[in-house]
Design a binder for this molecule. Structure first.
Ligand code: 5GP
Ligand code: MN
Length: 339
């Protein structure tokens, strides 16, 4: 972030403002961790601040300090619209295009608030007054840590803030294994532990909280796993019927796609999840090396994300979506085999 911008934001925070913080739709650990970390920090500056999430998120994120104060736009639209229209400052975290907030897009677009983006996804839109956008960052939580440090407030990071930021770094780095993890990421995680983040407990809350049904759903997903060796690709499907059979809850399929990517010789993985309620198939894409699933998703599945992790959707049914995916793959045969 530019020094000049930091000076202006510092000035801005000297007096109490009406502030709203927004993560993307279907928020993950990094989205909830970063918004709550920033929220708890701004409270220390005596700001009038509210986090508004577009919709609900998995239970394994609900232990985070401050979580009970989050408004959910899908359930609390009226009060959220008032807060957004009255906001003087809106922080948008862990996304870079307002359409990533689903039904909140309109309210955010028409708001006169000064907007501050903190995000690590590719190809940011141009809606923010101040942009802290860096695709080399492991997570938005790492960036919120840097942001607080740039504002000269590292001493304000307490155990609660540290726990939220640690949680987001942990989830977005795949427990510190993705290539975006740097020595600086580890240093920051270390500092957060020094501030009181309990790394072991946080891991347990997020990853060792499985229901029996989720494990059964994983079994189903793995038995549906298919390999396309000629494209070094593997994919998983889950139909609505299968999800229902195992009493699917938000977050249950988190991480399933990584099993497909963990196969030897596979550098591209996808999971296709039928969503009958919205009449779409939700797609998660993962890759290894330089094959950009961000580009792939932008081009073919109305989505985007990072080079090695992206999401998207299809309006075809599950079977046709998979057929379409396989027919698209033939155009990428060389790219996939030259990796
Ligand atoms: P996931 O597959 O876990 O839903 O998402 C992987 C990454 O891609 C995350 O960083 C997420 O924010 C991003 N992402 C997921 N869905 C979309 C989408 O529809 N559009 C864009 N631009 N990014 C997405
Ligand atoms: Mn993120």
């Amino acid at each position: 972030m530019k020094k000049d911008d930091i000076i202006k934001i510092n000035q801005l925070l000297k007096t109490p403002k009406q502030i709203v913080i927004v993560p993307h739709k279907n928020p993950d650990g990094d989205a909830i961790g970063s918004t709550l970390g920033l929220y708890l920090y701004l409270l220390k500056h005596k700001q009038n601040v509210t986090v508004i999430a577009p919709n609900d998120y998995p239970d394994f994120l609900k232990w985070m300090p401050g979580e009970s104060k989050i408004l959910k736009y899908e359930f609390q639209k009226e009060v959220s619209d008032i807060l957004i229209s009255q906001a003087e400052v809106i922080f948008t975290l862990d996304f870079n295009a307002l359409n990533r907030t689903g039904d909140m897009e309109e309210a955010l677009t028409s708001s006169k608030a000064l907007k501050i983006m903190i995000d690590h996804h590719q190809q940011p839109d141009n809606y923010a007054t101040y942009m802290y956008s860096d695709v080399s960052m492991s997570s938005t939580c790492e960036m919120v840590y840097n942001f607080i440090e740039m504002l000269g407030d590292k001493n304000l990071i307490d155990q609660d803030i540290a726990s939220c930021l640690y949680a987001g770094i942990l989830t977005d780095t795949g427990s510190f294994r993705f290539p975006s993890t740097t020595s600086k990421t580890h240093q920051i995680a270390g500092n957060l532990i020094k501030k009181g983040a309990n790394h072991s407990e946080i891991y347990n809350q997020i990853f060792d909280n499985n229901s029996y049904e989720r494990m059964q759903l994983l079994g189903c997903a793995l038995s549906n796993l298919k390999i396309l060796p000629e494209y070094r690709t593997a994919y998983i499907t889950l139909s609505q019927e299968e999800l229902n059979q195992f009493n699917y809850k938000k977050g249950d399929t988190e991480g399933f796609v990584n099993y497909a990517l963990s196969l030897n010789n596979i550098i591209f993985a996808a999971i296709f999840i039928e969503d009958s309620q919205n009449n779409i198939v939700k797609i998660s894409l993962r890759s290894k090396g330089n094959f950009s699933v961000n580009e792939f998703s932008r081009t073919h599945f109305e989505g985007g994300g990072h080079t090695n992790a992206a999401g998207g959707k299809s309006n075809l049914n599950l079977k046709s979506t998979v057929e379409n995916f396989i027919s698209i793959l033939s155009r990428y045969k060389n790219a996939l085999n030259n990796e």
